[in-house]
Ligand binder design. Structure first.
Ligand code: KIV
Ligand code: ZN
Length: 518
């Protein structure tokens, strides 16, 4: 394993934790294939460190991290590990084939966590933290240590822990606001104080990891950067536990746009921001709100006449960034009705999509041809949606939509007639419903009796225009597990039925995993 994924002197390390902390959002848990697709895109985006998961959480997480470690060449691949021997060794095994591999170990340092959760004394916490760093060093010289709930930890104790883990060999020290409690000024001050007081602080990279409970994750991260942090931990679209983490796109564009203040750079290819945001949104089923900074559909839309007039006369009157610099309008018209299999395959490759088998390529190509018949222009986003289904393991794809006929007539009760394939066996059902989607879901349930609770239903258009594909997300909960199902089609009722079946397939397929904070 190489050890020097080097950074330039004025560079901020972007540590992306979409695949770990982001995955802790309810229902955002991803399959191995989905994680690999996102990891490839994160590498293309130029993130320095990809936190690919928490190896001890489940065999599925372990596999995903080791696959990603084998595939990714230009980013460091990291696994999280609690400060226990088993966790650290699992993390070490998972990253062992990485070109650049990191173990990120953590333990809580606040009184409230130590007394009530860990039931450990301060001395025991220091001893365990040091031991965890030493175990990690057996696998890689790149070891990050985090003091969970640093925001509510006693500063003298934090200094003591950090002194000890640096002495033990940790190379990155992460200071998390685990509960999103801080506000910018004290957070910046905390970083400055730690850097000043901790011994050998100049020998390590200081990192910040902020949650968004008070809506200040990005502001707090930037305050830490202004006070000496050189790594920011963040996620695409701000995905993450509870209210989420600092959003990568906002942190990166703030540093770039206000280089007059920060005088720092990142390695991010900003034109890949919007494609990455869309991919993460599609895979996790978390839509991006239209007014979200940088990646929201309205982020560069000027509605008022005065603004439009100003922008037409001189763009910078109302724009501080260019839409194309963050990847808007990058959705190229890629393929058409007459495109052949080779062009299709080549474009998928350019998008970082590698289908596992020739059968999967053929199935996706045939869906592409069907789509090209219905829709005049096919964009990259359409291709992403089109191949999504190919990443569900054949073995785990119990249910498939075979046929759907829905009648929705003014003044009459909507009625659905449906055939699904259940492990290869075709089954037919009919049902009435409050609307065509409700009727379709009831028809499915009459066949599978899943007992799953529908927690969320949302429809988004993948591209613009009335012939656009509708992308439907359903969130299903059963027995304490939550999954998101997705389906895309130019007919949103069909997209809805596909999404529901996809959710049921995921409920069947996903293995149990634990949350690192538990
Ligand atoms: O929020 C947090 O404290 C974490 C740690 C594991 C770094 O995610
Ligand atoms: Zn976190």
């Amino acid at each position: 394993m190489n050890t020097n994924n080097q950074i330039a002197s004025q560079e901020i390390i972007i540590f992306d934790t979409t695949l770990r902390d982001g995955e802790q959002s309810p229902g955002a848990s991803m399959t191995k294939e989905e994680k690999i697709r996102i990891a490839r895109q994160l590498e293309k985006l130029g993130v320095h460190v990809i936190e690919a998961g928490f190896a001890a959480a489940s065999p599925g997480d372990f596999d995903a991290i080791s696959e990603i470690a084998k595939i990714i060449k230009n980013s460091t691949v990291c696994s999280l590990a609690r400060a226990s021997e088993n966790d650290v060794r699992r993390a070490g095994e998972a990253i062992k084939h990485a070109a650049f591999g990191r173990i990120h170990t953590f333990i809580a340092t606040s009184k409230i966590h130590m007394e009530n959760k860990l039931r450990m004394t301060e001395d025991q916490v220091v001893e365990r933290a040091v031991q965890a760093v030493k175990w990690a060093l057996e696998y890689t010289p790149d070891v990050e240590f985090s003091a969970e709930d640093a925001v509510r930890s006693d500063i003298d104790f934090l200094v003591r822990v950090f002194d000890a883990v640096i002495e033990a060999g940790a190379t990155t020290i992460n200071v998390p606001d685990t509960v999103g409690y801080s506000i910018p000024a004290p957070w910046g001050e905390r970083m400055a104080t730690l850097i000043k007081r901790v011994k050998n602080s100049d020998k390590v990279i200081w990192s910040t990891h902020c949650h968004n409970d008070l809506g200040m994750a990005v502001a707090n991260s930037l305050a830490a950067v202004s006070n000496g942090a050189r790594q920011v931990e963040c996620t695409i679209n701000g995905l993450g536990e509870r209210a989420g983490n600092a959003s990568l796109e906002e942190v990166v564009m703030a540093i770039k746009t206000r280089s007059d203040i920060f005088n720092l750079t990142t390695r991010i290819d900003t034109t890949q921001i919007v494609p990455t945001s869309k991919l993460v949104s599609t895979i996790t089923g978390y839509p991006v709100q239209p007014n979200k900074a940088i990646v929201g559909a309205n982020a560069f839309a000027h509605e008022s006449g005065i603004h439009q007039d100003g922008v037409l006369k001189h763009r910078e009157t109302y724009e501080i960034m260019r839409a194309e610099d963050v990847g808007w309008n990058a959705n190229k018209l890629t393929l058409g009705k007459l495109s052949g299999r080779n062009a299709f395959r080549t474009r998928l490759k350019e998008l970082g999509i590698e289908l596992e088998s020739e059968d999967a390529v053929n199935a996706a190509f045939s869906r592409f041809k069907d789509l090209a018949d219905k829709k005049s222009m096919i964009f990259d986003e359409d291709l992403h949606a089109l191949v999504s289904g190919e990443f569900v393991h054949e073995a785990s794809e119990n249910y498939k939509l075979v046929y759907l006929h829905v009648a929705s007539i003014t003044g009459e009760t909507p009625h659905a007639v449906m055939t699904i394939s259940d492990n290869g066996q075709e089954k037919r059902a009919e049902a009435d419903g409050g609307g065509p989607v409700d009727a379709s879901f009831k028809a499915i349930e009459s066949l599978v009796n899943s007992g799953a609770e529908l927690q969320l239903y949302s429809v988004n258009n993948i591209t613009s225009g009335t012939d656009a594909q509708g992308e439907v997300t359903v969130r299903l909960a059963k027995g304490g597990r939550i999954v998101n199902g997705q389906g895309a089609d130019t007919d949103i009722v069909i997209a809805s039925a596909k999404a529901y079946l996809n959710g049921l397939n995921k409920l069947h397929a996903k293995d149990e995993k634990m949350n690192p904070q538990v």
